[in-house]
Design a protein around this ligand. Sequence first.
Ligand code: ZN
Ligand code: ZN
Length: 285
Amino acid sequence: MARLLCVLTSLVGETRESAKFRTRGQIREKVTKGDEVLLRGLDGTLVGYASVTAVLPIGLIIALALDGLAGADVPLSAEVWLPEGDHDPGPPTPAHTMNQPGTSLASVVATCVVCGAKQPARPFAEPLQCPRCLAYLVVGYEQTQELGPNQLMPRPTLLIPLPALPGQIEWPQMCACCGGPAEKTAEVSTTGSIHQAMTGGALDFMFREIPAVRTLSPSWYETYRSVGTSGSGGPAPGWAFPLCGVDNPEHQDPVTVWTQDGALGFRSYRYHREFCRGNRLSDGR
Ligand SMILES: [Zn+2]
Ligand SMILES: [Zn+2]
């Protein structure tokens, strides 16, 4: 079975024969010069094969040189896989559901790939959260897929509503950014509003949508509403999440509390899913 080595994040440089990419840091000692690797877009599209010409720690960044590739042909955030032998079929293609027609030409009804919940959606908009199991979905015109596990959002916009959290949080023991081994911890930061325009009404709407079954008293949400967000340094005192030893630009601020939105936000979808599982937030899925 093919093994995921890393996710490419940006192009460092290219020659006619090879391109050099930054990776998200996961690669470490797992790939060496001469390895034949398989590149795949995060949506599952096959990009092609390449061989590794060098693994370069450039300062704190790990870069990978791949030959036989024009840099322009490789989408940023492509995955690099190492197949085991010639007959390895490569990584599995992502599961999908078929959309149903919506109430207008510009909308569809999307079915959650994870739990089957249906909701109206606009194709090719931002990833859409399932109100039942909290999974994030990528909605196309005809199909819906779950967001790729290796997806890293530019900001911590993958959410979990604070009222849904248990009193004692379990932080999955992996890097909250790249999924690598946990080597240190960092404190959760607090930020204001995910959308400046988001109103109190929108916040209430968001909470009605989530079947929060916790009966903590007072809940995080109630605490927010009564205390507000300005005093006492925010709602996340002492919350700390794991990080690996890689210190590159992709590892900045992967977890935050959006105080005005009452939500915990993650950049890494893998970490978001593991967090949901570890804290039993998604019906055990
Ligand atoms: Zn769902
Ligand atoms: Zn990491």
